[in-house]
Design a protein around this ligand. Structure first.
Ligand code: PGA
Length: 249
């Protein structure tokens, strides 16, 4: 966490919930005392974006969990940034590991989605992260730098981008990266941005951590100098999400 970068906590509800359970969660979030100086965004399933935006307090942002790379056309089943914006939703999560590794999205496609989403005025939570065999093979830096390069090549305005470092081995496994492991990669990513984009961007871009973040692990992670917030899956569906939003001391 840095004194100059606004702490950012995203929830990623994935393909979970229904109007009843998400409605109850939204009621809890609306009633909660949240740090005023933390940006909060909830990633809702596409079909519930409109519902979520209508029910959730305006101080909490909403994100789509994916979108397509063009505005409209014969792309059955896809959703465009224009449609997302039309629901009053201002963010999209792109490059999530499940999109990459379950649905086979390439770096190239993710880059195109980033470019088009930004051009349409959405903020982008751009996800990167190594798999377990890549970490064990000592190529974490190589993998995350390559993923970041494709994202960076498609960004003109970094003020609309949050970079989410989510080691794949930590997502949904209960194995949170240690604060040291997260800080090490975040620091290297910031250095990469300094070398390859600019010093100003390196200083200002929020780099958030995702992967089994819980109420119990969030505070120590948040105390790391280059951890500017979280992207939270499982715990974002529970009242515990409030503790994570308020993790910054
Ligand atoms: P998790 O998911 O918190 O359930 O590990 C994180 C994510 O996929 O963004």
């Amino acid at each position: 966490m840095s004194p100059t970068r606004t702490f950012f906590v995203g929830g990623n509800w994935k393909m979970n919930g229904d109007k009843k359970s998400l409605g109850e969660l939204i009621d809890i979030l609306n009633a909660a005392k949240l740090h005023a100086d933390t940006d909060v965004v909830c990633g809702a399933p596409t079909i519930y974006l409109d519902f979520t935006r209508q029910k959730l307090d305006a101080k909490i942002g909403v994100a789509a969990q994916n979108c397509y790379k063009v505005a409209k056309g014969a792309f059955t089943g896809e959703t465009s940034p224009a449609m997302i914006k039309d629901c009053g939703v201002n963010w999209v999560i792109l490059g999530h590991s499940e999109r990459r590794h379950v649905f086979g999205e390439s770096d190239e496609l993710i880059g195109q989605k980033v470019a088009h989403s930004l051009a349409e005025g959405l903020g982008v939570i751009a996800c990167i992260g190594e798999k377990l065999d890549e970490r064990e093979g000592g190529i974490t830096d190589k993998v995350v730098f390559a993923q970041t390069k494709v994202i960076a090549d498609n960004v003109k305005d970094w003020s609309k981008v949050v970079l989410a470092y989510e080691p794949v081995w930590a997502i949904g496994t209960g194995k949170t990266a240690t604060p040291q492991q997260a800080q090490e990669v975040h620091e290297k990513l910031r250095q990469w941005l300094k070398t390859n984009v600019s010093e100003a961007v390196a200083k200002s871009v929020r780099i958030i951590y995702g992967g089994s973040v819980t109420g119990a692990t969030c505070k120590e992670l948040a105390s790391q100098p280059d951890v500017d917030g979280f992207l939270v899956g499982g715990a974002s569906l529970k009242p515990e999400f409030i503790d994570i939003i308020n993790a910054k001391q």
